[in-house]
Structures are given as structure tokens and as C-alpha cells.
Design a binder for this molecule. Structure first.
Ligand SMILES: [Zn+2]
Ligand SMILES: [Zn+2]
Length: 282
């Protein structure tokens, strides 16, 4: 796996690439804008130029985005869902401006309407987003979730159902999150457990759809449905599990990105990446 981290964008989106290079990242995930605000403006030309320049000099093979946490396509028709659709269209435009290949998206929460309704709303919402967005080369990678609250995506079947129902499924991809899989009840701690899940995913959706892996340990236990990331090796998943995950030949060139707690000087990221690199067998 090509190891890296989610990097902050305070001071400019290009800052994520500078930090990423300093940490020796082979992949960087970033938010396209303040992720807890709806407001988004197009980037000025100088930002786009700076990003391209930093990217060329950093030489990081995989750079991609994570969508705002506010976006929820799974809810019932409402102003919040309409806003979510518009926000995702905007983010696809921002990703296209930075020449990013995909945006990772949490499928959403059905807010009480039930899983089947939520899945239909997500597929219909994505259809509308893709109809409205001219940026056909930027894909949306649906992330597996812990299943907290009424969130969709804690079962591989949820993602498969969205792919089946979506009109533009070629523009969809998958992002696996180790902490979310584990909290959702998938025991990835052994090579056999991990293989079972990957085989299921292959049969249901196809491994060619997997574009990224989030490498997070989990504070919460197996099947807890609680989404709390922990430093690699310090959680309920444990360091040994990451050995078979980062060395899985099926994901040899895939980005494997940590989203673990961090302070401003990024010292925790340095440690987590060091631990993961020590597990990579050449
Ligand atoms: Zn996420
Ligand atoms: Zn999470």
C-alpha cells in the first residue's frame, strides 16, 4: 500500500501537500474547503496554480479529497438534502479544479426512514449530482461506515445496493475504512477475516472499484457501531492486523491513508506512519 495521511488545509489547500511531503507521504487526503461549513467559493486562479506547483514538486502519487461531513444524501427530501446535493456538485467542481480523481463520501444517514429508503435516496441523490456536474472524470468513492446512529454503509450490501440502483454507477468507487469495518462487525484482525471481507466485496461490487483505504485503529470494539479512530496499534484492532492489510497484494498500489488524532506539529502522524512503514514487506 502507498502510505500517507489526511492533511490539514489551514492556510490553503496546497498546505496539505507541503505537510504531506515533509512526512514522506505517498498519498494525501484533504478537505476541499472548511468541512463544517456549507459555504464554498471557487478557488482563485493563484490557489489552483499553487496547488499544481506544490503537487509537481512534492511528487506524491495519490492525492484525493474527502467530502464535507455536512453532506447527507440519505435523508428524506428536505432543504438539507437539496443543500447536500448542491454542496456535492460544488465539491466535484473544486476537485476538478485541483485535478483530483475522486472524493470520498459518507453515504449518509436515513434519519429514521429506514435503510431501504435511505439507500434509494442516496442512489437518487447521486444520480442528480452526476446529472448536474459536468466533471465526469471526478468519481465519488462511497466509504464504509461504522453504522453509528442511522448511517448507511456499515454493510457491504448497502454499498452494493447503491451501486445497483445508481444510474451513473461508473462514476462511483469504494473507500474502505479499517476502523469503520471493525466497528461495523467485520473482524479484520486475522488474515482469514480480512480475506473473507475482501472476497465478499469482490463478489458484490468488484475490487476494481476500490480506490482507497483509510488505515485507522479503533477505540471502540468489534461490532460496537461507534466511530472513534485510534492510533495504529493502540486500539482494539491492534498492530498485527495492519501487517496483512498493508501487504495485501490486491492493494499494492492503492493509497492507504491514516485519519488518526493529531496535534499541530503532526508528531502523531509521524509515529503512525513509522509503525505502518515498519510493517511493509518488500
Ligand atoms: Zn470519512
Ligand atoms: Zn471514522
Amino acid at each position: 500500500m502507498k502510505l500517507g495521511a489526511h492533511m490539514p488545509i489551514a492556510g490553503g489547500v496546497w498546505k496539505a501537500l507541503v505537510d504531506g511531503r515533509n512526512l514522506g507521504c505517498e498519498c494525501v487526503q484533504l478537505f476541499l474547503k472548511n468541512n463544517v461549513q456549507w459555504r464554498a467559493k471557487p478557488y482563485p486562479a493563484r490557489t489552483i496554480e499553487r496547488f499544481a506547483r506544490e503537487r509537481a514538486s512534492a511528487g506524491i502519487p495519490h492525492v484525493f479529497a474527502h467530502a464535507s461531513y455536512l453532506i447527507n444524501l440519505a435523508g428524506p427530501d428536505s432543504s438539507a438534502r437539496t443543500r447536500s446535493i448542491a454542496a456535492l456538485v460544488t465539491e466535484l467542481g473544486l476537485a476538478a479544479a485541483l485535478e483530483l480523481p475522486f472524493i470520498v463520501l459518507h453515504p449518509g444517514s436515513h434519519l429514521g426512514a429506514g435503510e431501504a429508503v435511505g439507500i434509494r435516496q442516496i442512489a437518487a441523490g447521486l444520480d442528480e449530482v452526476f446529472r448536474l456536474s459536468p466533471h465526469k472524470h471526478v468519481r465519488v468513492a462511497l466509504e464504509t461506515t461504522a453504522g453509528q446512529g442511522t448511517s448507511i454503509g456499515s454493510k457491504l450490501e448497502h454499498l452494493a445496493a447503491i451501486f445497483d440502483a445508481a444510474a451513473f454507477s461508473a462514476r462511483l468507487a469504494v473507500c474502505l475504512d479499517t476502523a469503520h469495518l471493525f466497528a461495523a462487525g467485520y473482524d479484520i484482525r486475522t488474515p482469514a477475516g480480512w480475506d473473507r471481507i475482501i472476497d465478499q466485496l469482490d463478489a458484490m461490487i468488484g475490487l476494481d472499484r476500490v480506490v482507497a483505504v483509510h488505515l485507522n485503529d479503533s477505540k471502540a470494539g468489534l461490532g460496537s457501531r461507534i466511530d472513534r479512530h485510534e492510533h495504529i496499534g493502540k486500539g482494539a484492532i491492534g498492530e498485527r492486523a495492519f501487517e496483512h492489510i498493508v501487504n495485501d497484494p490486491r492493494f499494492k498500489d492503492h493509497p492507504g491513508c491514516i485519519e488518526t488524532p493529531k496535534s499541530k506539529d503532526l508528531r502523531e502522524d509521524r509515529r503512525n506512519l513509522r509503525v505502518l512503514r515498519s510493517l511493509i514487506r518488500c
